[in-house]
Design a protein around this ligand. Structure first.
Ligand SMILES: [Zn+2]
Length: 338
């Protein structure tokens, strides 16, 4: 095992995070107190969790394998050796398992930078206007997607997409769709169309399927960050994809869509996840793919075929987009007195 230990101060941590914070103005003593130690194990950089807790002003508690960081406002729960955390009760996949080293709990630097920090400090996300949104109803035409009984994924995807488009247009967004009927654009056509439009957000809607009919729930995906492993693998993605220019935006939006969906719909929280599905990896915009439920599960299938759950799903996503839009809105310039 290769290891090196070093210390990063808040200034370095901020540089690593590209954060614009007032912390630069801290005194030297305060900087030392806020230092986050970094250790490299098998060429992956980890941070001391106790330092991360202090950085955010959170209290850290360890009970068996469970590590909790909490304050009046936030609660992060991690499991030693585990890749699934919860942030304010919302499931979140990490790139690397939580581990301990010489009695210290460790969180990977990339999970801190690309997952935890944009959610806890949305002020670090680049400001931008959210006006143009591309909605991508998965599959279509000759490609039915997955199927549960008589319910076809391509139909559910389109029905929810049309509801979402309608809600967003009523709220003033300009909405484009990669298909508005039962046709089959290829993945390349979907990506190329989106990249021509240069949207502010790209949302792809899908339904899930698996061999075990007991499995239900919602998964929200964004592209795996470079240097991270996707949620279904331990193989690190070494080359960037176009959506990686928006890793912070993706993390924040995925978290809020997952949060809104699991609180609106009675089904399992299968966590916000990372995977480079072509449509969300190759689109040059903050891009999210939503797996709205399992068509192989009876309750999810019945719900997804029904207008009530379709509307709840569309509304939850629209509300999360609105929350994102407000969080990243450019600061309004101060008016100049005449
Ligand atoms: Zn699909």
């Amino acid at each position: 095992m290769q290891k090196t230990v070093r210390t990063i101060t808040v200034i370095l941590a901020c540089l690593l995070m590209s954060a614009q914070t007032a912390l630069f103005a801290q005194t030297a003593a305060a900087k030392r107190q806020n230092a986050i130690r970094v250790i490299s194990l098998n060429r992956v950089q980890f941070l001391y969790m106790e330092d991360v807790a202090r950085f955010y002003g959170l209290k850290m508690a360890v009970s068996g394998k469970t590590i909790t960081l909490s304050s009046k406002y936030s609660r992060l729960v991690f499991t030693n050796d585990g890749r699934v955390a919860t942030i304010n009760t919302v499931g979140q996949y990490l790139a690397f398992s939580i581990r301990t080293y010489q009695g210290h709990v460790l969180l990977s630097l990339i999970d801190f930078q690309k997952v935890i920090d944009p959610i806890l400090r949305p002020g670090t996300i680049p400001r931008h206007v959210v006006r143009k949104i591309v909605i991508d109803p998965g599959h279509g035409g000759k490609d039915p997607g997955c199927q549960g009984g008589v319910v076809r994924e391509k139909d559910v995807n389109l029905q929810v997409s049309l509801r979402l488009a309608d809600l967003l247009r009523k709220r003033g967004y300009t909405v484009y769709m990669t298909r508005q009927s039962d046709i089959f654009p290829t993945l390349d056509q979907r990506v190329n169309a989106a990249n021509k439009i240069k949207p502010d957000l790209y949302i792809s809607l899908h339904c899930n399927a698996t061999a075990n009919p007991a499995i239900d729930g919602i998964e929200v995906y964004c592209a795996t960050a470079t240097g991270s492993a996707p949620s279904d693998s331990k193989v690190i993605s070494t080359k960037p994809c176009p959506a990686n220019a928006y890793d912070l935006e993706n993390a924040y939006l995925a978290y809020h869509i997952q949060k809104r969906l699991v609180s609106a719909i009675k089904t399992s929280d299968r966590s916000a996840r990372h995977k480079r599905f072509k449509v969300i990896a190759d689109t040059a915009a903050p891009s999210i793919l939503v797996e709205m439920g399992f068509l192989t599960n009876a309750a999810d299938r019945q719900g997804l075929a029904h207008s009530q759950r379709q509307m709840l799903t569309a509304t939850a996503i629209a509300n999360a987009i609105e929350e994102y839009k407000n969080a990243v809105a450019p600061k309004t310039p101060r008016s100049i007195a005449p």
